[in-house]
Design a protein. Structure first.
Length: 102
């Protein structure tokens, strides 16, 4: 799979590696999977249920607290200011979107 570079965030799925400004960011396997899915669909809002099913499996879809928790954890690791994210954006009442331009 091709590596993805958006702003200062570089994700290499083959090496299971994420870097921010050249520094390696440690993510759990689920955090990595969620970030990869969002970055691969950068610029498009991804509905909560679609994210849950894509990352956790087809039996999931209503566990919004999973997403909130994981998104918060990822923001702490890749955002300069997690309280004012510029990469991982919330789409109210829809889901999340990874910004395609930063």
């Amino acid at each position: 799979m091709a590596a993805i570079l958006i702003g200062d965030v570089h994700l290499d799925p083959d090496r299971h590696l994420v870097q921010k400004k050249g520094r390696q960011v440690h993510l759990t396997p689920k955090q990595f999977e969620l970030l990869h899915y969002l970055m691969a669909n950068a610029g498009r809002p991804v509905p909560h249920a679609k994210l849950l099913r894509s990352v956790w499996g087809p039996e999931y879809g209503n566990e919004l607290e999973y997403l909130r928790t994981f998104i918060r954890q990822i923001r702490m690791k890749i955002e300069d200011d997690p309280g004012e994210p510029k990469y991982l954006l919330t789409e109210s009442h829809i889901g999340y979107r990874f910004s395609e331009t930063v």
